[in-house]
Structures are given as structure tokens and as C-alpha cells.
Design a protein around this ligand. Sequence first.
Ligand code: C2E
Ligand code: MG
Ligand code: MG
Length: 768
Amino acid sequence: MRHSHLGKLMLILVGLVGALQLASHLTSRHAIHDSLVEDAARELRIGADIFSELLGHHATQLSTPSRMLAMDESFRQAVIADDVTTINNALTGLASLLKADLVLLSNNQGRLISPQRAAAPRNLPQDRASRVDYLILAGQAYEIVMIPVPDTGQNDWLVVGYLLDEALVWNLSQLTNLDVSLLSTTGRDLIASTLLPEQAKTAASWLANTNHSSEPGQAVAEGANFLFLTLPLSDEVSAVLQLPMERVLAPSHALDRQLIWLTIAGLLLAVLAAVLLARGISRPVTALANAAQRITSGHYNTVMAVRGDDQFSALAKAFNAMQGAIAEREQRLVHQAEHDSLTGLPNRRVALLLLEEAIKDGKPFAVMALDLNRFKEINDALGHGVGDQVLGVVARRLATNTKERDLSARLGADEFLLLLSDVDTAQAIHVAHRIRDRVVQTVELDDLHLNVEASIGIALFPEHGTDGETLMRRADIAMYDAKQAGHQVAVYQPGWDERHLRRLSLARDLKEALINEDLHLLYQPKAALRDRERIGAEALIRWHHPTLGPLRPDEFIVIAEDAGHINRLTRWVLKAAVQQLQQWHREHLMVQLSVNISASDLQDEDLPGFIATLLTNAEVEPQALCLEITESSVMKDEYQGHAMLARLKGIGLRLAVDDFGTGYSSLSQLKRMPVDELKIDKSFVLNLDHSDDDAVIVHSTIELGHNMGLEVVAEGVENRETVMLLESFGCDMIQGFLLGKPMSATELAVWARAWLEQPRIGEQSLSA
Ligand code: C2E
Ligand code: MG
Ligand code: MG
């Protein structure tokens, strides 16, 4: 591009100069040519004058002696007397005197006397004045002088002449330096010529096409160009003077050569000037183009030198400014592309790149996925502004607690990634706990004091993966596990990938199951130890998966909670349970039914209203329905949990703390919970008959519950020994395989009637 522009510029310059040179060359050539031709024409005219003079001289030479002879009396008498001998003698004398080629005496009556065998002119003049003429006689051209011989009575004329021949034309040619040709005007025949014979022949034909004019003309003869001037001597004879153009123009050839050399020199100078000019322009343009190229390939550091204050230096200045601006903007863009705008931490893309780099290094390292627990709730309850501020605080805490060589990044939402170089599993777990402790400190925003919880999952290179994506995913899976299990930190274990996939597909299928009613309830009997009239049941959900078969709630409840389906699921269970209660009550089977609810159900503000409507519509007493909430569910958000429990209690429902003993609730917390029932977790009951430790725990829990005014239920009762121990501890109700495994509603009714109809036997059979 650049080159072609400079090339064009050079071409235009050289072309211009060349055209000018050519024009001046042609003009001067033309002028020279014209002046040379003019000179030649003058030469021709001079030649013509000389020729005329020469012929005039010949005429004079012939006239004088001839006139004397004509006037001579004796000669006249001889003519009158027709004395041929005397006449011939006189004529011979005259001829030799004049060296004339023609001498004769003639008249119009046919007399012809001549010592030579000559022919006489056909028409002699009628008057008696002597004259000069040019004639063709017997095929030869002559210049003749005719002189009347006076008073002979027969109009006799003395005629003398010179031949117009080769000798004459050569003589004239020498005098004038011209070519000379003589032609018969009538016959166009060549009489004599200094030209080459062929040229001379062609020259003869000129006359055929040439108007006689006093101006020279040009014609070509046998390839040679001639300038010629025709000189008509008489009606019969013409002379043509010629000058070969080659000779005319010969002086111009040298001039031509000089002009050509001058033109070439001019052109070379033009090229030189163009090159210098082009370089003068091209150097700064090339420098600018190179700078642009550098900018294109992302190098912004070379500053262009600014010299002088012409347009180029202004352009260079502008270029430097532009380069700076681009560099700054690119830096900003790169930073934006690589960093999270909210926290300023590197983003997922950069994290992945650094991870891949660390993998290339080959040294062991740990990837940690850190996720805030229940961050959605902060967002929902306090708004995204607060959520963003919390994320900012967490990000700062992470950044300040990460070593220089390590990385903290934000992957999205409330998920962060840490990369710890050069650590083994134990060290990674230790660091994870330390970081978690730093992150979970209370976040104070204006008047708000928020407890932030976090779970961390760890994946190690190279044990758990050799590419960035896999390591990230596995750290994520481990984090997910930590969150589920209520642990703070979890290290990825082989097989968790498959489990994670299964969870993902179950989460997807559960939505369908809720629509297609692939779910159903089983009922596990529950009975009071002392008051045999009091019986109950716990509704336990079952899912018959179309391809995986029956699934345990332990697996899919957690998934439902995570996938956000739990509120719908709980409502489905509650609806089915209340319908069942209605039916049993209609059948006069006064069973109390327990339903499990999850932690996030406590966030469902509309739940109390929903249950109240269900009960009213089914005309079921609220006291017949008991809601079981695990200890840890309430503990997740103590404040909101308690408020919701109070509302549920407010509509008259019975409340139970499920799986008691597995959580970390303090006695004071338990005291504040508006519950009616404590369900001791089955893990303490299953081995009660063998384990003294469990016995101590269960016994003191029963006492504790009673002291708080709560009814105590033991679940997981599988044998009579356990029943006897529980009875001795004062336990109020039992639930377990001994009474019955979870069963259908019909089976439960059958079991209940049997239990109620044989109280005594039943009691004995339980404790015996
Ligand atoms: P849970 O509420 O503690 O329910 C008692 C679990 O212990 C039931 O398991 C039951 O089959 C089992 N079990 C009862 N007696 C014995 C015994 O003598 N020996 C042994 N080994 N096990 C016994 P299941 O049905 O698999 O339910 C597991 C958990 O799933 C429940 O624990 C409950 O937390 C949850 N769950 C069940 N249904 C629902 C539901 O509808 N909604 C919610 N949110 N959770 C539910
Ligand atoms: Mg339960
Ligand atoms: Mg339980």
C-alpha cells in the first residue's frame, strides 16, 4: 500500500517532467526543422537565381556575335541570294566562335540552312524582335537565341543555341550545391539530372502532380525525401532544383542527439528528485505505519520521536497520545475481563488459567471451593445491596488471608475459589479451617450484624484431577458435600462425582415426580407406653422412581432442599397427611399424625396459613397434626425459626424436635423453642440395651424433657429390652420396628385397631 503510493507519486513526478521535456524537445525540434527547411528553401531560390543568371549569361554570350553576323551585309546578301555555301561558312564560323551546339538559318517558309544536321524550331516568331527560348529539337533541349536577319524579304532568322545537357546540370550543381534536373514540360521526360537514375525518373513524375509554383515543395523519390523548386524555363522545358532532406536536416541530427541527452538527464534528475521527495514523505509515514503495526500487535511502549513542528510531528504527537489512550483502555478492559467487578478478585476465567499453569508446573497444590451458606436468604431478606456488601467483606477477608503466591478468585454468586500451592491433604484441611474461621466472623454493616457461614470443599492435584475443570468441579462437589453434611470442610472422595451426577438427575426428576404423583406416604406407628389409648403415626415419604426404583427420603429430601423443591414437597405431604387424618377420623380411628418439615419450610411465610386452610377444609383438629423439625433446622436461623414455630404453634399444631441429640442446641435454646415433644434420635436408642453410655444419655434426655414440660418420644425401638428400659426411664412414647415398619394407610388402620382392641395383651407382649 505504502509502496504503491510512493511509486505512484514517483511515477507522476517523472511522468510530468518527462512530458515537459518531450514537449519542449518536440517544439524545439519542430522549430529547428522549420528553420532548416526555410534555409534550404532560400538555398533553392538562390540556386534558381544562379541558374537564371547562368542561362542569361549564355544568352548574352550567344546574342552579340550572332547579331553582328545577322547585320553583316555580305551575310545578308548571301541570305537574299540563297548562297548556301556562304551561309554555311558563316554559320560554321559563328558556331566555332560561340562553341554553339546549334547554328542555323531558317524562315517560316521552310528554309533551313545549317552546317549541323539540325532541326529548326517549328514556329518562328511573326514579329522581328530577337528573343531567347528553350526548346526541344530533335529530342534534345536547347537554350536558343533567335535573331532576325533584316530585310531579306523572307523573314529569315538566325538561330544559335547551347544544348541543355548533363554538362550544364552538373556545372550548375557544382555552382549551387544542389541537385539539378531538366525536364520536358510537355512530355514529362527527363532531359538531364544530377540525381541517381532511379531517383531522377521519379523526380520526373513530380512535375505531373506539381503545380508550378515559386514555392519549394517536398516529395519522396525512391525512399529519399527531397525539397524541390520547379523553375519553368519555357512551355517546353523546366528545371527542377532539389535538395535531399537528409542533407537539409543533417544539422538537426546533432541537435536532436543533444536534446535527447538533455531529456534523459532531465528525467534522471526528476527520478532523483522524486526519490528524495518520496523518501522525505515516506520516512515519517513509514514510521507512523510501523507504530500503527506495533499498536495492532499490542505493543504500546514505543513512543514516536517528535521533531520540528510540521504536520508529521503533529501526527506523531497525536499517535503517541492515541497509543497511550489505547494502552490505558486496554489495561482497563483486560482488568475488567479478568476481574470480578464487585469484589475486584480475579474471575473464573483467570482462575482456570492460573490453575492450568499450576498444573503445568507439576507441583502438588490444593483447590478450594468456598461457598457462603444461606447467602440467598441474606439477599432475599435484606436486599441485594446488603448481599453485595457481604460479598465484598468476604472477598477482602479471603484476599488478606491468602498468601502472596496463592490465589483467591470469585467464581460467581457467593462462590469463591482458592488455590494453595505446595500443600498436602492435612495442610490443606488445616488452612481451610483457618480461612473459614476468618471468613465466618460476623459481618457488620451499619446497624446489621450478620453471621456469615461458609463451607469449603477441597480437591488436590494430582490425586483428584489433572485438569483445571475437573479439579474445580471436584472441589465444588466436596464443598457441596460439606454443606449437606453440615461440616465446614470436606475433601473430595472418589465416587463423589457419580453421586453428584445422580443428585443432579434426581433434582431434575423430582420436579416431574411432584407433578406425576410418583410419591406416596407410608405411616409408621407410634404408641404411648402408659396411656394405651394414645396412638400415633409418622408420615414418611416414599418415591418410586421410574428407572431407579424405590428411593429413600434420606437421599432425595436433601436434593429437594437444595433444588428449591422442598416447599412444594412439604405442601404435598401435608395435603396427603391431612386427607389421611380426615379419613381415619371419619372411621373413628383417632390417630395423631406427625409430618416432617425442613429448615427451609421455616422460611415459607405462607405455610401456617396453608396448613390452617387444609385443616379447616378437612375439619381436622389442629392438635391431631404434629410437625417434626430437626434440631439443626431450627438452629440454622434461630431467630426466624423461633418466630415461625410460634406461628405454627399459634394455629394449634403440635410441634416436635426430631433427631434430638444430633444437633448442638444448648439447653437455653431448647427452652425458648415452643415445642411439645422431644424425639430422641434413633442412634441413641437402637443399641440402648447394650450400651450403658446410650442408656445414660437417653435417661438424662428423658428427664431433661420432662423437666421442660415436654413429652419424650424414643424412635428406633426394635426390641422388648429397649421398651423395658425406656419404661423404667419414664419415656412417654415409642416408635420403631417393634411396633411396625412404615406401612400403608390401610395396614396402619389394621395395626391400630389390633393395638386398641387388645390393650392388656399388647402391653404384656411389649414389655415381656
Ligand atoms: P425421621 O424423621 O427420623 O424418621 C424416622 C426414620 O427412622 C424413618 O426412616 C424410619 O423408617 C426409621 N426408623 C423408624 N424405626 C426404626 C427402627 O426401629 N430401626 C431403624 N433402623 N430405623 C427405624 P425413613 O423413612 O427412611 O426416613 C428418613 C428420614 O427422612 C426421616 O427421618 C425424615 O427426617 C426424612 N423424611 C421422611 N419423610 C419425610 C417427609 O415427608 N418430609 C421431610 N421433610 N422429611 C422426611
Ligand atoms: Mg421424623
Ligand atoms: Mg428422627
